[in-house]
Design a protein around this ligand. Structure first.
Ligand code: AMP
Ligand code: MN
Ligand code: MN
Length: 340
């Protein structure tokens, strides 16, 4: 394998084993986490395109639909949301941007059981789901800013070409997970990789327009209602926004239209923890948590069966938005005391 100019690989032996599995396999199924984002889809399409370019058979599967603003990524039309009755023999399953089976969705067990080899590339808090699975090669590194970066390192190490389509997917993955180079995970390597990908054909202006300025009007109508729910607690350190089933009904908006609404709570100067609570269908609640400095929101989310990263995490639960809000406020206080 070629050495990379990006010195980010901590477990080279495992990385090389993954390279060998990709080289040796012929039938691949690629998947990612539910409610996929630009890193999940971008990583999946980049790796899948590279595998197809090598003459391999690739099935792309996600449980949930691809959000409208990332539909432009080359290859999204090949993504299916149902699986063939049986996978081909000797299937290699690649799980991207997802480190635990249940985050793949309802087909997780079936997929993993039928696969000969399971490759996991991820950067979330590792709960060890794949650690004891004999057929799994799980490369999970919380310090990597995007799963797309891992895919890029893999392709580079295998000396597989990165064409314009692959570069577009990987650049979008990096932009998504660094919040366009604003999040705390933004490193020099993130810029260097982005620069490399632009040279390889990714068009930053085109991609930014698609990712951030191509939303349906209903999203902005919903945002108007959501912003009116703003509440702040703990001397302005915690800000909460909510979206209720009624708001989705009157605006015709969908779950996917709320991406990064939590950012409007986070952008208040005093805020350390931002919370967005979304109830699309009565009783089913999804929560996004963000922090700026010292609160580890992955640990808060974990208390509710979710997970994520230090500064960005989430979970799903049942109840009403108000009950869930109170439970989160209580959990933050339990872990950190009253924020000041
Ligand atoms: P989101 O707020 O949906 O953008 O998610 C923020 C981060 O938390 C992402 O890295 C997600 O992968 C992670 N996350 C969200 N929901 C869950 C969940 N139910 N379980 C584990 N991780 C989650
Ligand atoms: Mn993701
Ligand atoms: Mn990611």
């Amino acid at each position: 394998m070629a050495s990379s100019r990006f010195d980010l690989i901590k477990d080279r032996e495992l990385f090389e084993k993954i390279g060998t599995a990709l080289n040796d396999g012929h039938n691949f199924v690629l998947t990612c986490h539910v409610r996929p984002d630009g890193d999940a889809i971008g990583s999946m399409l980049a790796l899948g395109t590279a595998l197809s370019d090598k003459g391999k058979e690739v099935i792309f599967y996600t449980e949930d639909p691809v959000p409208g603003n990332i539909e432009f990524l080359p290859g999204t039309n090949a993504i299916t949301h149902s699986l063939p009755a049986e996978l081909p023999d000797n299937t290699t399953l690649c799980i991207l941007d997802c480190g635990e089976p249940r985050r793949i969705g309802s087909k997780a067990e079936e997929l993993i059981e039928q696969a000969d080899v399971v490759v996991v590339l991820d950067h979330h808090l590792d709960n060890g789901s794949f650690a004891d699975m004999e057929k799994a090669l799980a490369y999970i590194d919380q310090d990597i800013f995007a799963t797309g970066a891992l895919v890029m390192l893999l392709l580079e190490n295998m000396e597989w070409p990165i064409n314009k389509a692959i570069a577009t997917c990987l650049y979008s993955a990096i932009i998504t997970d660094t919040g366009a180079f604003r999040h705390s995970n933004t490193t020099a390597a993130a810029f260097e990789m982005a620069s490399f990908l632009v040279e390889a054909g990714a068009d930053p202006y085109f991609i930014a327009n698609r990712l951030y300025q191509s939303y349906p009007e209903r999203r902005i109508h919903l945002l108007g209602l959501v912003l009116r729910t703003l509440e702040v607690f703990s001397h302005g350190k915690i800000a909460v926004l909510q979206a209720t089933p009624q708001m989705f009904r009157v605006t015709g908006a969908k779950a996917e239209d709320t991406e990064d609404f939590v950012g409007f709570a986070r952008c208040i100067d005093s805020v350390e923890v931002a919370i967005f609570i979304r109830e699309v269908h009565a009783g089913h609640v999804t929560v996004s948590l963000r922090s700026k400095e010292y609160v580890n929101v992955a640990e808060i989310a974990k208390a509710f069966g979710g997970g994520g990263h230090f500064h960005a995490a989430g979970f799903t639960t049942t109840g009403t938005t108000v009950d869930v809000r109170d439970a989160i406020l209580k959990e933050i206080e339990r872990q950190y005391g009253e924020l000041e």
